[in-house]
Design a protein around this ligand. Sequence first.
Ligand SMILES: C[S@@+](CC[C@H](N)C(=O)[O-])C[C@H]1O[C@@H](n2cnc3c(N)ncnc32)[C@H](O)[C@@H]1O
Length: 235
Amino acid sequence: MDPLKEWLGRQDGGLVLDVATGRGYSASLLAESLNCYRNIFGIDISMENLCQAQKGIKDKRIILLGMRAESMGFADGTFDTVAVINSLHHLQYVEESLAEMKRVLKPNGNFIIFEMVQDGLNEKQISHREAHHWWGAVDRQNSIFHRETFRNDELRGMVGRLGLSKVEFINFNEETEIDSKEVINNIEKTIDLYIEKIPENIGRQPLIDKGLKLKERFHEVGFAWATILIAIGTK
Ligand SMILES: C[S@@+](CC[C@H](N)C(=O)[O-])C[C@H]1O[C@@H](n2cnc3c(N)ncnc32)[C@H](O)[C@@H]1O
């Protein structure tokens, strides 16, 4: 997260929107990293995730709302900063959602995308990508929209089509947690939790087997976080 944190540390966020805020990680990251801000609105379609987020958020300036990214109830030009962090590949109507983010951003406001990519990865990073794609497959079995992660060029293309100005792209590799026992342990626990979520159907056993193989892979090949593409532009 470092290049984004560094950049945020130099910004007055003003009125901030965090799209697909989930369980509160990204809203808290914005709150902790921005030099200052007025309010952070976190929106998400999952009330379960918002309830979970609410439990961990103590700052009254962070406001959580149930809202779809592709059809927001905010007026044009409401926010000084809009961000979508770790969430783009979870959005079914991704280009519509990005267009909505631009619509609700003020002229000269900052637009932030933080998203892992699926290409140009080394073998250890492929462990992360494959785990992520496997989680996506389990979510889809449960009718939760979760596509495979985007390629670098797909993301850059989407940002290009938004017509922002002063766009800066940063490809970022987290180097500090390669083969971290703690990280691998947590990822394995998530795999186990997801195995329990796989519904009883014909595809269940192959999906379980793939999850178990992934756990073996973390020890045989290793594990590193996939490359993140950070895109920052101005409306
Ligand atoms: C990986 S999670 C949350 C990521 C979060 N920003 C973070 O950094 O921890 C992705 C979130 O996208 C939400 N989501 C999926 N489709 C959405 C939509 N159309 N509008 C808003 N949120 C959506 C999901 O409910 C989920 O909470």
